[in-house]
Design a protein around this ligand. Structure first.
Ligand SMILES: [Mg+2]
Length: 113
């Protein structure tokens, strides 16, 4: 699925199932909530927190998809073409940071050494 197709699929879903888009500010809150759910899993999987039995329903792939869904909603309702935006963003990152990470000694070697 391309980003363009994903934006269309979300728009179709919103119109058929979701009735209408939540407001931009509600979707911002939804995005933060979904990022929080992702943070919860990552914190318990890779960080020092432990899982509770109620955490069993969560999985990283599903939470990433939740984040992507809300992000796409916000793009759709603000008129952003994510394909174009992502291409431009990668170009910006590449031209701006092309030596920055290679020259960062913190990124070389074992981070736990
Ligand atoms: Mg979620």
């Amino acid at each position: 699925m391309t980003l363009e197709e994903a934006q269309q699929r979300v728009d179709d879903w919103i119109n058929k199932v979701g009735v209408r888009y939540f407001s931009e500010l509600t979707n911002l809150a939804q995005l933060v909530e979904e990022v929080g759910e992702l943070a919860r899993i990552l914190s318990r999987t890779y960080g020092d927190q432990s899982f509770k039995p109620s955490d069993e329903e969560y999985n990283i792939a599903d939470e990433l998809a939740d984040v992507l869904f809300v992000l796409i909603c916000i793009a759709n309702q603000t008129g952003v073409d994510l394909t174009e935006a992502f291409e431009q963003n990668l170009h910006k990152k590449t031209s701006r940071d092309h030596m920055r990470h290679k020259d960062n000694p913190k990124l070389h070697g074992d981070p736990n050494a």
